[in-house]
Design a binder for this molecule. Structure first.
Ligand code: AMP
Length: 412
């Protein structure tokens, strides 16, 4: 099936073409027709499967047609999501897909001044993409009026529940007065999600499940490499040197380790940048933007970017350290193989991390393929370790100093 065969407006089809989307992903193929005929949807889909466009396309189309038929005011759709990064990202997908239509979108989140946001909303918007805190603030101040909302989307429902938004979710549904269509997206499904879903959607809702048994997208090939902890950096270096064209996210456990990796790569003339919670919000945004725009091709990050961040064409994910929360494995490696792209992920598993690997395998429900390296590559790593031990200790100390100085500066 092609997008051209769908009964959606020509402007949207053109926008899809301009975004490089030729045919729908599985989740889009299943969701779009159901949403267009007004059905409630409960979709379980992994990260990177194209779920944003799966709800954005039909919603934009329905609102645009209504607006073209007659003037209608007020917010028609609310998309609720857990983080500001995700709100921005969903907002930009809506903007991209609604170019040259009559649909006006706005992403609302906390941590920034509210006056400008209020002014934009009062000027008139159709789609509000929002994190709960700021949205409820503005509802209580009567800046947001939800009485004309016809479409309600809950994205990353599992994450919302984990963050304790259950009561907020129930509350928003209660105050949506009109009969409305509910679309509910979650990467995982368990009893709590089901309970929430049943409280939210019509009992005859369509349940759409995309490869529920394997939480990893089928576009991602992933494997694990058993290495000695102090040899990890040499395997990393080897990989980066041998794959100069690759666009890579390297995940490490802590911000100190992230900075340490950067220092090691700098020393070896490999250009990269970092992304972790020790940076100011503007620094984080700049790093992501530069990575997105290919100003550099290697991003070293902690788990803060493991979920929801959507950067096209990431070819590889390297788990320099295994994540401590098994679920984060799936979110990390889901940064590659997005949409219809293919991706590869490799995890370095040190001796002390084997229990983490077991947890991950329990979570995915299968054993992760072992990557076997040839003798020569192993020998190279061993020799590098012998040569490098002295400078390493200095490097660690330098890095820790660097982070605390940065923190001090920010506090000033
Ligand atoms: P999402 O799961 O919504 O975060 O989307 C993951 C990625 O897939 C994004 O980079 C989208 O731009 C991309 N994408 C979504 N739909 C398609 C499509 N039909 N064809 C190609 N790429 C897509």
């Amino acid at each position: 099936m092609k997008f051209t065969e769908l009964k959606i407006g020509d402007e949207i089809k053109k926008n899809l073409e301009n975004s490089g989307f030729k045919k729908p992903t599985d989740i889009q193929y299943k969701c779009i027709p159901s949403i267009l005929v007004g059905e409630d949807v409960l979709a379980v889909a992994q990260t990177g499967t194209g779920k944003t466009a799966a709800f954005a396309i039909p919603i934009i189309d329905m609102i645009d047609k209504q607006k073209k038929n007659r003037r209608t005011d007020g917010i028609k759709c609310i998309v609720m999501c857990p983080t500001r990064e995700l709100a921005k990202q969903i907002g930009s997908v809506f903007n991209k897909l609604s170019k040259h239509t009559d649909v006006v979108n706005f992403a609302l989140y906390g941590g920034v001044e509210q006056d400008k946001q209020a002014a934009k909303i009062q000027k008139g918007i159709d789609v509000l993409i929002a994190t709960p805190g700021r949205m409820f603030d503005l509802i209580s101040q009567k800046i947001i009026d939800v009485s004309s909302v016809k479409y309600f989307v809950l994205d990353e429902a599992d994450k919302m529940l984990k963050l304790g938004f259950y009561d907020d979710l129930i509350y928003i549904k209660k105050i949506l007065k009109q009969r409305h269509q509910t679309m509910f997206f979650s990467a995982t499904i368990d009893d709590e999600i089901k309970k929430l879903a049943y409280a939210q959607i019509k009992s005859d809702a369509i349940r759409i499940q995309i490869s529920p048994k394997d939480p990893v997208s089928k576009n991602v090939k992933h494997g694990v490499l058993f290495v000695k902890q102090d040899e990890k950096r040499f395997y990393l270096l080897d990989f980066l040197v041998e794959n100069p064209q690759a666009k890579i996210i390297i995940f490490a456990r802590t911000k100190v380790r992230v900075e340490r990796i950067k220092k090691f790569l700098d020393k070896n003339n490999i250009v990269c940048d970092v992304y972790h919670s020790g940076l100011a919000q503007t620094e984080r945004e700049r790093a992501l933007e530069n990575f997105r725009e290919n100003k550099f091709n290697i991003l070293v990050a902690t788990d803060i970017s493991a979920r929801g961040i959507d950067i096209a064409n990431v070819t590889n994910v390297i788990n320099y350290d295994l994540p401590e929360i098994a679920e984060n494995y799936v979110h990390r490696i889901g940064r590659t193989g997005r949409g219809t792209n293919k991706g590869e992920a490799i995890s370095f598993c040190g001796e002390e991390e084997e229990n983490l690997l077991k947890n991950i395998e329990n979570y995915t429900g299968y054993q992760i393929n072992k990557v076997i390296l040839d003798e020569q590559t192993r020998k190279k790593a061993e020799i590098s370790t012998l040569n490098d031990n002295k400078s390493l200790q200095k490097m660690i100390l330098d890095t820790e100093k660097h982070i605390s100085e940065k923190a001090k500066k920010r506090r000033k």
